[in-house]
Design a protein around this ligand. Structure first.
Ligand code: ADE
Length: 228
């Protein structure tokens, strides 16, 4: 999978992909991430990429031209499955979206800044608009990094068995059950007996029950009414 990220602050994306599992995914050739500075595609001598909004609302808007030039350049080199725009007024990103996107080949992700991009960019180039939550960040870069992380870890071969994505919270519609490690007792705080029993069937039942109870308490919105 190849992801091209379009931004006016490429520095913000220097770190997230250069460590741990994201780095390993790239080293193994399972994912390629290319960060592009939209300013490099401006023809303005000051590398300007924004302008005043046609309205009374204060704030700058990202202009069409440099973005169009960069997107067209990328599209002339390869096919893209989606051109995603990170924006607080997009569709909320959930695990199912990560699953779907992890099966794609090439993606472009445009990070919004200032008051966002000219609506015509959204109308003519963007195929998906994504928000990572109901709060406003200073730009789409950190949101893009989150989406990339969620997608890339699902690519087969990226995670080892111990970190398998199959047991993640949300994959089965429930939050994850609690986990414990050694020691079995610490300051009198005991690991639940069942986990030490060696009875795999009972342990699985316990985990499902715990996952359900945790979901009911913390995220009842994830449960159907008949599950409650
Ligand atoms: N840009 C600013 N806020 C954002 C959010 N919540 N999600 C995605 N992109 C954003």
């Amino acid at each position: 999978m190849r992801i091209d990220i379009l931004t006016v602050v490429p520095e913000l994306l220097e770190s997230p992909f250069n460590h741990s599992i994201m780095k390993r995914a790239q080293d193994k050739g399972l994912a390629e991430i290319h960060v592009h500075n939209i300013r490099d595609w401006s023809t303005d001598k000051h590398r300007k990429v924004d302008d005043y909004a046609f309205s009374t609302t204060a704030g700058m808007v990202m202009t069409i031209e440099p973005i169009e030039r960069l997107i067209n350049h990328l599209k002339s080199e390869r096919e893209y499955d989606d051109v995603i725009y990170m924006t607080p007024d997009g569709k909320p990103f959930v695990q199912q979206d990560a699953n779907t996107l992890s099966l794609q080949g090439n993606l472009i992700i445009l990070c919004g800044h200032y008051k966002g991009v000219d609506q015509r960019v959204r109308d003519h180039f963007i195929t998906k608009e994504i928000t990572i939550g109901d709060y406003v960040l200073t730009g789409g870069e950190l949101a893009a990094a989150i989406v990339c992380d969620a997608i890339i870890r699902l690519i087969p071969g990226v995670l080892s068995d111990e970190t398998s994505a199959l047991t993640d919270s949300f994959q089965d519609g429930l939050l994850s059950p609690p986990v414990y490690t050694r020691p079995a007792e610490y300051k009198g705080w005991k690991v639940p007996e069942i986990l030490l029993s060696g009875n795999e069937k009972k342990v699985e039942e316990w985990k499902l029950e715990q996952a359900y109870e945790r979901t009911k308490k913390i995220r009842p919105d994830l449960l159907d009414e008949e599950d409650m």
